[in-house]
Design a protein around this ligand. Structure first.
Ligand code: NAP
Ligand code: HSE
Length: 426
């Protein structure tokens, strides 16, 4: 087997797993690792030298592959660009860099005749990217939907199943190494937005700017929401979707969104707990594929990184192999559809004063905005205050926003405690 010389930036959760797995693949020679702080204690004990000087890797002509597992936008972007300029192949787990700079990075890789491998950037250990790129290559895709963030799924499952507090479960996810360096990336939905941008690029050949992706995180989900959802036959999940609104038009708008969603208990997404991910891919030839597995963590993510390195190594000596692995992604950003036009049923939890006429007024306002109520109950009457829980039929999001704005003008309304969409197949 040919020897491949690697240099790696990052020796944290993922980098440590990569070191552990590479020890079983002696022909993949990890020559040097760059870190930020040489004094730090490490979970892994690599046999190669460690440096604080990234240039010792990027400027080393013997190193053919840069493994970037440091994360964040900068300086990772600069390092990846410098490596591509020097005609090094790149294996990265960095969804933020790819989502924000994918078009220019893939363009640069094409110009230099090298490749970027990025299996670990979406869904951790699940081989989702190679499945969409190659295994499902004969399909036109209608939509990709799923649970794409391990940390938030871990938080929601543990809050619901064990009654633990949001803060304590987030701290546990950080300890276990699932959470991003800044956990706001997880809990506010940025991480899923980055992953959706990458999945849109693979499925519909165009990246979506992360700032154009509709995004709501899980900070406002309370134990009351989780318990009430269960009572009505649902589980709350952070679900991301990228859907082609106009499959006949190659430049048509994509509907790309991440938000908490009430998923029916019988749906496969509802059964996915802990840090696992679950993705539903709809192809015109294959129908629906469901992939479930570990979405984060040291060894599952390293499995994807080292899998990429092994793929790369097996092809490295073939002539012009890079063009085979370069994904066909345009360098234009995609247009996105207005979130106002999406439709789905809603779950609402309203905190109100317990006075006559409240339910009648809510019904009138909803009627004016073409919202049909499927179910309505009043709960927890105390201190002349009550909670009203409403499930609606399919509603246009713009109409729901307008109805909630009108409700907020009513004297009886204390707050719209929750307004969460109910799952609807993409
Ligand atoms: P991490 O534990 O925070 O490790 C980051 C590593 O990068 C650390 O070793 C750090 O060095 C090094 N680093 C940071 N800035 C650097 C710089 N400027 N120069 C040199 N080294 C630098 O992060 P992680 O969880 O392993 O995540 C790494 C990447 O994988 C991210 O893109 C993340 O989104 C992605 N990812 C993570 C998971 C997961 O489960 N954790 C799953 C899928 C994808 P020091 O140790 O000296 O601070
Ligand atoms: N923080 C991410 C997650 C890591 O929790 O899913 C995997 O991408």
């Amino acid at each position: 087997m040919a020897r491949v010389v690697l240099g790696m930036i990052g020796l944290g959760t993922v980098g440590s797993g990569v070191v552990q797995l590479l020890a079983q693949h002696k022909h993949l020679q990890l020559k040097k690792i760059a870190v930020r702080d040489l004094q730090k204690e490490r979970a892994a004990n690599p046999t190669c030298p460690i440096t604080e000087n990234v240039s010792e890797i990027i400027d080393d002509p013997e190193i053919e592959v840069l493994v970037e597992v440091m994360g964040g936008e900068e300086p990772a972007l600069t390092y990846i660009r410098r490596a591509l300029e020097k005609r090094k192949h790149v294996v990265t787990a960095n969804k933020e860099v790819l989502a924000k700079h994918g078009p220019s990075l893939f363009q640069l890789a094409r110009e230099k005749g090298v490749t970027i491998f990025f299996e670990a950037s979406v869904a951790g250990g699940i081989p989702l990217i190679s499945t969409i790129q190659r295994g499902l290559g004969a399909n036109q895709f209608a939509a990709v939907t799923g649970i794409l963030n391990g940390t938030t799924n871990f938080i929601l499952s543990n809050m619901e199943e064990k009654g633990l507090s949001y803060d304590s479960v987030l701290a546990e996810a950080q300890r276990l190494g699932f959470a991003e360096a800044d956990p706001s990336a997880d809990v506010d939905g940025h991480d899923v937005a980055y992953k959706l941008s990458i999945l849109a690029a693979l499925s519909f050949q165009r990246f979506v700017k992360p700032e154009d992706i509709y995004r709501e995180g899980i900070r406002n989900i309370t134990p009351d929401d989780l318990a009430l959802a269960k009572e009505f036959g649902y589980r709350i999940k952070l679900v991301g979707t990228a859907r082609n609104t106009d499959p006949k038009n190659k430049a048509g708008a994509l509907a790309v969104r991440v938000h908490p969603t009430l998923v029916p208990l019988a749906h496969p997404l509802a059964a996915v707990s802990g840090s696992s991910n679950c993705i539903l891919v709809n192809g015109d030839a294959v129908g629906e594929i469901i992939m479930v597995g570990p979405g984060a963590g040291s060894l599952p993510t390293a499995s994807a990184v080292v899998g990429d390195i092994i793929n790369l190594e097996s092809a490295l000596k073939l002539p012009d192999f890079a063009s085979y692995f370069q994904p066909s992604i345009t360098s234009e950003w995609s247009k996105t559809a207005s979130p106002d036009d999406w439709t789905s049923p809603y779950f609402l939890r309203l905190s109100v004063k317990d006075t006559p006429g409240v339910i009648g007024t809510i019904g009138t306002i909803f009627g004016e905005h073409k919202i049909s109520i499927q179910s309505i109950i009043q709960r927890g009457v105390a201190d002349r205050r009550a909670t009203i829980v409403i499930l609606t039929h399919d509603v246009r999001s713009g109409n729901m926003e307008a109805a909630l704005a009108d409700l907020k003008k009513c004297e009886f309304l204390d707050s719209v405690a929750s307004a969460i969409r109910i799952y609807k197949a993409a």
